[in-house]
Design a protein around this ligand. Sequence first.
Ligand code: HEC
Ligand code: HEC
Length: 174
Amino acid sequence: MRKVLVAVLVAIAVYAVATKFHGSADVAIQQPVPSQAQPSPTPRASVNPNQEINDRFAKQLSDKIAGHENDPAEKVFKNIQIQVLKNVPAGRFIRIMNFGYSRALGVACTHCHVEQDFSSDDKRPKRAAREMAATHKMINDQLAKMENLDLKPEQRFINCSTCHRGAINPNASQ
Ligand code: HEC
Ligand code: HEC
């Protein structure tokens, strides 16, 4: 039990250092830095029951863009509208989908995507996710402006998991 606790604390420390030296392009997959008052490893949604199937989709799509992993997502994919995702390298974009979006909600790619055409906007949850990305950015912009927080502006951020914690409806996960 003690070993586990030590391992968790070490992981948090390593993570806090890693995120400190990280650029902001990764915003969608950054995890919140745990505050001293709350040394818990959550709110990271760590296990997705759909991980295996998602890894298969991610591999299929990665194979399809082979050689273009480092090109900007908006050049490689057909329908990229979220501003902060446009210049993300295509390979990392797929990892954000897998370990950011899908894991935060605990869903399979097909919760948001039409299996045969990932660029399609036919599924409502995909359109909702775009609106959520705007909400996510708005909250982070607001956090950065706050004057009475202890953490430095670059250390304050939320991500999809901060609310969702592995559930489609954050309110149902309490
Ligand atoms: C919670 C909803 C959601 C989930 C789950 C999700 N995606 Fe996405 N995905 C989106 C949204 C929204 C976009 C469009 C982003 C934009 O407009 O910038 C997108 C775009 C994409 C695109 C670009 C398609 C194109 O040609 O325009 C790919 C590829 C993709 N997702 C792969 C995946 C994979 C692989 C998974 C599962 C591992 C996944 N997505 C899970 C919401 C989701
Ligand atoms: C501030 C809290 C919060 C944050 C941050 C947040 N969400 Fe949400 N999200 C909600 C709430 C509340 C709902 C409504 C729940 C529902 O409709 O069941 C929701 C609903 C959704 C839905 C609709 C699900 C469905 O199937 O109807 C999607 C998709 C979604 N969020 C994706 C995301 C993604 C992707 C991110 C990160 C970019 C994100 N959310 C960040 C609170 C949040």
